[in-house]
Design a protein around this ligand. Sequence first.
Ligand SMILES: C[S@@+](CC[C@H](N)C(=O)[O-])C[C@H]1O[C@@H](n2cnc3c(N)ncnc32)[C@H](O)[C@@H]1O
Length: 303
Amino acid sequence: MINEEALKTVVREKYAEIALQDKTTNASSCCGSGPCGTYTIMSDTYDHLNGYHADADLGLGCGLPTEFAHIQPGDTVVDLGSGAGNDCFVARAETGPGGKVIGVDFTPAMINLARKNADRLGYNNVEFREGDIESMPVADATADVVVSNCVLNLVPNKVNVFQDIFRVLRPGGHFSISDVVLIGDLPEKLRDTAEMYAGCVSGAIQKYDYLDAIRKAGFENLVVQKEKPILIPDEILLEYLSPEELKAFVESKTGIFSITVYAEKPGGDPEVYKQKTEKRKLELRNLAAEAGKGCCAPDSGCC
Ligand SMILES: C[S@@+](CC[C@H](N)C(=O)[O-])C[C@H]1O[C@@H](n2cnc3c(N)ncnc32)[C@H](O)[C@@H]1O
C-alpha cells in the first residue's frame, strides 16, 4: 500500500514529464504520459469552445466542465489541477476581461507551462498558483465558480478537496467538475499500480462515495450533468491483468465512468439563488429528456 504523499510524488513526477513533452507524444498515451499505447480517455473535443488554445490542450481532460459551469461575465473562477491552462483559458472567454481566473496545480513544470501560455496570449486576469488542491493557496470565499477537469481522481483524499472547495467558494457559489468514478470494484492489480494511478483510473473512487463526499462537505442541489462509460481496450487491461482476470473483470460489469458533477454552496443573494434554481430546473428537465443516455434525471434516484 503506497502512502498518500508517495502517491502524490508519483503523480507530480508523471505530470512534470507530461508538461515537458509535446502534445503528439501525450496524445498517444493514457491520460497523458504513460504506458498505455494509443488510448486516451478524452473523447469530447475542446476545439469548438471559445477561448480554446491548442498549446494549452495536452489531451488530459475527461469532460468539458466549463460547458456546464454557468460562468458569468465578471466572475472569479478557480480551476483545480489547471495543467497547461486549458480550462482556465476557456473559462476566461466567459468571465471576460472583467473577471478573474485562478488555476491551481502542484506540478511546477505545469505551472510554468501555463504561465508561458498566459503570457503569450497577453492575459493579465489569468493567474496560476502552485499548490495542493487539498489545501489551496486561495483565500476563503474568493470564487463564484470552481471548475476542474480529471484531477480529483488523482488526489488520495477527495473529502479534503471538497471541503476546501466549500471554503474558497463564496456563499451561493457553485462548482462543475469532470472526473473519473467507478461503479463496482476494480481488480486490486489495477488499483495498486501507481503507474495506472497516474493514468487516471486506479485512484478513482465509487460514484456513490464521490457524491456522498460532496454532500458531506455541505453542498446542495447536486446534479450529475453528464455521465458516460469509459471503455478501456482489452490490450491495455491485459498489461495489468491475466486473461482469466480480464474475463472476470468484464463479467463483473464493473464500470469506469466519466462524470460531470455540479453543486452549490448555500447562502448568498436570494435573488441570484432564485435565478440559479430556475436554471438548474431547466437543466434537470433537459437531462431528464436525455435520461436514456445515462444522465442523472430528477427522481431517478441516482443523485
Ligand atoms: C489529468 S491532468 C488535468 C490537467 C487539466 N485539468 C486539463 O484538463 O488539461 C491532472 C493535473 O492535476 C494536477 N494535480 C494532480 N493532483 C493534484 C493535487 N493534489 N493538487 C494540485 N494539482 C494536482 C497535475 O499536476 C496535473 O497537472
